[in-house]
Ligand binder design. Structure first.
Ligand SMILES: [Zn+2]
Length: 92
């Protein structure tokens, strides 16, 4: 009876799932437009903010980081994120 072998393989496959590890806490969701210099910040989930020249936008608030830009380097990233571990360590 050597059924132990196949059991071990299933266990290794399970260890590959590390999606939760990647998730970070968003403290500030903001960018600066390189064209007009505006700093735009999305503070809640459905707040879609566009800069005054209209080239870049932010959305998603503290749930997800979403950017719209005419060019990939049209803005400077100034948002702040933290790993979930850091948040629990620094409890107020
Ligand atoms: Zn702009």
């Amino acid at each position: 009876m050597w059924i132990g072998m196949s059991r071990k393989m299933q266990h290794e496959k399970y260890n590959d799932a590390e999606g939760i590890k990647m998730r970070r806490i968003i403290i500030r969701n903001a960018i600066r437009c390189k064209n007009c210099g505006d700093v735009i910040e999305s503070t809640y989930r459905h707040e879609f903010i566009t800069c005054s020249c209209g080239k870049v936008s932010v959305d998603g608030g503290h749930d997800y980081l979403r950017r719209c830009s005419e060019t990939p380097d049209g803005y400077i990233e100034i948002s702040e994120t933290a790993a979930p571990e850091e948040e629990t360590n620094g409890g107020k």
